[in-house]
Design a protein around this ligand. Structure first.
Ligand SMILES: Nc1ncnc2c1ncn2[C@@H]1O[C@H](COP(=O)(O)OP(=O)(O)O)[C@@H](O)[C@H]1O
Ligand SMILES: [Mg+2]
Length: 294
């Protein structure tokens, strides 16, 4: 058994001035070369991310974290992100770290557990579910108005607060206007990849950047809601096939009919989610339109 990794001391020193001397530190995730901790202090809490220096992808992950910091600064400048979200960032002996404001919420899959069950079929759940979708679309609308796509819209990057509001995290892969050199965007989670992104990934070599467009976020939003409300992913493929084969199925643009798998009827919600999954990006609603649809 290895030791639980500690957060970079360089980050803790700098975070002191934001949240005070940490009273509790909790490792949240340690996967694919990056780690995240919750750091609680007397004056607040942050989510702290740092690359894992021992990972095979250490250099890429450090570059990705620096890129996320750059994205947060630019999104804040463009009024697409609350100015209090980004807390601090820097280097440490193993690479890069980044701290953002702690959001008290549950990832979408967990948050929708009741809505996914037959017991979710009750009057109070409908406006609650619609409210999550609406507030999620509001966040994306702000980004899209500034010319950005989040490009990693998926269930684990959306936290639902106790008041039923969606919060969007993880801006590492975002695609913005007038970007300088960056890590090439090669898609994010396979299951929430829009068909036009899937097609572009299959058509281009691995070092070519694909500029994700806002309409791709809309497909991913629809896919995430479809998945977490029904328990089924919108594109049915054998889970054991490799990523490129899955992408080839997604690129065809065919999705399971939501009506066939939904846990209970909710026509307005069903209609808007289905519209998000239109194979042609031009046929999808915009995030702004969705804020009025739900
Ligand atoms: N601002 C935040 N508030 C609460 N939890 C967060 C926050 N940012 C990240 N997390 C948690 O840390 C995990 C990893 O962070 P994320 O930014 O998604 O990085 P990555 O997916 O690259 O590991 C998230 O899935 C979430 O559980
Ligand atoms: Mg993430």
């Amino acid at each position: 058994m290895g030791q639980t990794p500690s957060p970079p001391s360089e980050a803790i020193d700098l975070l002191n001035r934001h949240i005070g001397e940490p009273t509790a530190t909790h490792l949240l995730s340690d996967r694919r070369g990056s780690r995240a901790w919750k750091i609680q202090g007397p004056q607040g809490a942050v989510a702290l991310k740092a690359n894992n220096p021992d990972s095979d992808h250490a250099r890429d992950k450090a570059a990705e974290m620096a890129q996320e910091n750059d994205h947060l600064l630019r999104l804040t400048d463009a009024d697409a992100l609350s100015p209090d979200y980004r807390v601090s960032a820097g280097t440490w002996e193993g690479g890069q770290w980044l701290a953002v404001r702690w959001i008290d919420g549950a990832p979408l899959w967990r948050a929708l557990a009741l809505a996914r069950s037959p017991e979710g079929d009750r009057a109070a759940v409908r406006p609650w579910l619609a409210g999550i979708a609406r507030t999620w679309a509001q966040h994306l609308a702000l980004m899209h108005a500034a010319g950005w796509a989040h490009a990693d819209v998926q269930p684990t990057n959306t936290l639902v607060t106790h008041g039923g509001q969606a919060a969007v995290i993880d801006y590492a892969l975002a695609c913005g206007p007038d970007s300088g050199p960056r890590l090439p965007y090669r898609g994010a989670l396979t299951h929430t990849t829009a068909p036009e992104i899937a097609a572009a990934l299959l058509d281009t070599p691995a070092d070519i950047h694909i500029q994700a467009q806002p309409a791709a976020d809309i497909w991913s939003l629809g896919a995430s809601l479809f998945w977490c409300w029904t328990g089924h992913r919108p594109v049915a493929y054998d889970d054991t096939i490799d990523r490129l084969k899955k992408l080839a199925v997604i690129a065809k643009g065919t999705t399971t009919a939501l009506r066939d798998v939904q846990p209970w009827p909710f026509p307005e919600f069903e209609g808007a989610v289905t519209a998000c999954l239109a194979p042609d990006p031009a046929d999808r609603p915009t995030a702004k339109e969705l804020t009025a649809a739900w």
